[in-house]
Write a protein that binds this ligand. Structure first.
Ligand SMILES: Nc1ncnc2c1ncn2[C@@H]1O[C@H](COP(=O)(O)OP(=O)(O)OP(=O)(O)O)[C@@H](O)[C@H]1O
Ligand SMILES: [Mg+2]
Length: 156
């Protein structure tokens, strides 16, 4: 099967996340249930981040893409960022996850930190996409916009 690409431009509205989850399940219905769930979760986490951490200037609109075939499923989001510092922090976070050979350990350590400090914010979304859903994360930054890509093979 040819690769299929679906693109949406969404407003920063939580209801949009629900609609995208449904779109992902419909689009991937020819694949195994686990990749449908994983891609829906990855899409929701990346979109929630774009809504929560993105900036409204130069544009509040978020670009979302789902690219899929029997060989690969890829989710892409793009949003504006308020500063170079925000972009750098995100790049470093994704770099740490990508380089870490022990994502389960990273995940467990984050959970331990949360238990130790009840006031700590979870900050678990990207780790869940990488560890629980099994996606490789990539980051790029150009002209005040960051793009995050999450890609994995459907399980065989
Ligand atoms: N799309 C984005 N644009 C700008 N910064 C982002 C984006 N996504 C993530 N970040 C930065 O990366 C950090 C880690 O994201 P992550 O999803 O792991 O945690 P969180 O969103 O803070 O918390 P949680 O997902 O557990 O509610 C965020 O706190 C934010 O600083
Ligand atoms: Mg998040």
């Amino acid at each position: 099967m040819e690769e299929k690409r679906i693109e949406r431009t969404i407003t920063p509205d939580w209801l949009e996340v629900r609609e995208i989850r449904q779109l992902v399940c419909d689009e991937l219905s020819y694949l195994a249930p686990d990749i449908q769930d994983a891609a829906a979760m990855a899409s929701a986490e990346l979109l929630e981040n774009a809504i929560k951490h993105g900036a409204s200037i130069p544009s509040p609109l978020i670009s979302y893409a789902l690219v899929h075939s029997a060989r690969e499923v890829r989710v892409e989001t793009r949003n504006a960022v308020a500063s170079e510092d925000v972009a750098r922090a995100l790049r470093e976070k994704i770099g740490r996850i990508a380089k870490c050979g022990d994502r389960q350990g990273l995940h467990v350590r984050r959970l331990e930190q949360m238990l130790a400090d009840c006031n700590a914010r979870a900050k678990l979304g990207l780790l869940r996409v990488a560890f629980e859903a099994g996606f490789e994360l990539r980051y790029s930054h150009a002209n005040e916009f960051v793009t995050i890509t999450a890609a994995r093979k459907p399980s065989s």
